[in-house]
Design a protein around this ligand. Structure first.
Ligand code: SAM
Length: 297
């Protein structure tokens, strides 16, 4: 996870009585958080909320143009091609084609530059790889952000599956979880924990290898066991953090499950697939979803 975005959720009143959940740093009250972000709760934040859909799309287009000509984007495109080649060289003479993107935990892209550039990367990938279907879910999205995403031709999911999104039959799917909680990624792996599904998953998220090296073994085996075991069956392509802003694509890897064949016969590896249980969950749970939807207060 990006340490800079180690966040928790608080409610902030919007104009016209709307409320939204915004993510700010731990252990600080909202006005202090706003000050630390260089914002004044009465002015700049409200200005942000006055942006029209067109304003938000314009800002996104600026980010796209900036990213598209960057060395980072060339590197990233090359890495995606390499990852797809590794996926299954026997599948067809050409690299397999990604048919769908599912993005979880993007963040508030109308007012957060990190999320905006991450969305810009998604849109560029969609165009370059001619991917038809894009679905997104983040409980933090405001009504306006949902509307902008729909305007861009994307589908905003309405149910909080807590990351447990299953790949559809034979639809090679790119799951994009930029700086998402490890538990969400672990849930995604749990939902797809068999050979038929995993072979159709490409996961862009925090590096599994870094999680392995940084999380204590007890937590890895108890709470993040799917990430822990995924290390054995996937190949990881590390994204070089060479973009101008260093906190947008840091600690990111492309993971493809190219080593599944060796595990075909290893029943024990697949049998232990009981749902993960977290003592302290670090994502928004589905039971809380009503609490954090805009317009509820
Ligand atoms: C650490 S932030 C990452 C935000 C942004 N991508 C970044 O890099 O700064 C984690 C994101 O996960 C989202 N999130 C929390 N629970 C979620 C859930 N159940 N499903 C999808 N996203 C969730 C949060 O709202 C938040 O935007």
């Amino acid at each position: 996870m990006n340490p800079a975005s180690n966040q928790e959720f608080i409610h902030v009143k919007r104009k016209r009585g709307k409320s939204a959940t915004l993510n700010f740093r731990h252990n600080v009250d909202s006005s202090e958080s706003l000050r630390s972000l260089g914002l004044n709760s009465n002015s700049k934040l409200q200005d942000t909320f006055c942006l029209t859909n067109d304003d938000i799309i314009k800002k996104l287009k600026v980010a796209q143009s900036h990213l598209e000509v960057s060395g980072f984007f060339s590197h990233f495109q090359g890495l995606v091609a390499k990852a797809l080649q590794a996926l299954d060289p026997l599948r067809s003479p050409n690299s397999p084609k990604i048919l769908k993107i599912v993005c979880l935990g993007l963040g508030s892209f109308s007012d957060c530059i990190i999320a905006r550039y991450q969305l810009a990367l998604l849109t560029l990938l969609q165009t370059k790889l001619e991917i038809g279907s894009v679905e997104l879910f983040d409980p933090i999205f405001s009504d306006q952000e949902n509307a902008v995403l729909e305007e861009l031709g994307f589908h905003v999911l309405t149910i909080n599956e807590e990351g447990r999104r299953c790949v559809e039959n034979d639809l090679l799917t790119l799951f994009y979880l930029p700086h998402c909680s490890h538990q969400l990624t672990n849930n995604l792996l749990f939902a797809n924990w068999n050979i038929e599904k995993l072979k159709n998953c490409v996961i862009i998220s925090n590096s599994f290898a870094n999680i392995h090296n940084s999380v204590p073994p007890r937590i890895l085996s108890q709470s993040l066991s799917f990430i822990s075991r995924a290390g054995d069956i996937c190949e990881e392509f590390e994204v070089k953090n060479c973009f101008e802003y260093s906190d947008i694509f840091n600690d990111t890897s492309i993971h493809v499950f190219s080593k599944l064949n060796a595990f075909h016969q290893m029943n024990d590896f697949w049998l232990d697939c009981s749902p993960p249980v977290y003592l302290d969950s670090d994502f928004v749970k589905s039971s809380c979803i009503e609490d954090i939807k805009p317009n509820q207060l």
